[in-house]
Design a protein. Sequence first.
Length: 149
Amino acid sequence: MKLVASLALVAAATLALPAQAQFAKPEDAIKYRQSALTIMANHFGRVGAMASGRAPFDANAAAANAAIAETMSKLPWAAFVEGSGTGNTRAKPEIWSDNAKFKAAAEKMQGEMSKLAAAAKTGNLDNIKAAFGPVGGACKACHDDFRKD
């Protein structure tokens, strides 16, 4: 029992470390967030292909891809740490100078992605189509304000 309690304490302490401590170098943070965003975009795109008729609709595949995109939508934000705005990144300095707006944009996208995942669980293509556009709009709004072209 003491071992379980000790392990739980260590796990809790590890999770409580600041996000910056998770990345040894700024390049590690950049790679992490780019990877998470790439995976999210890939699975979101698969749902979009079905929603637009470019791919055959498969309710199970739509739900699975939307669920992965939803999970990935929560991951990259911890990797936007101080010092990771230069190098191989398209992140604009406004991410750090207007961090409240950046966080609000990220939260908006996550909320819309959750709605898409819920719509996909219904197995109804019309529900998916209705939820897909707002996610794309949230992504575009964030890119317009916080991503270099």
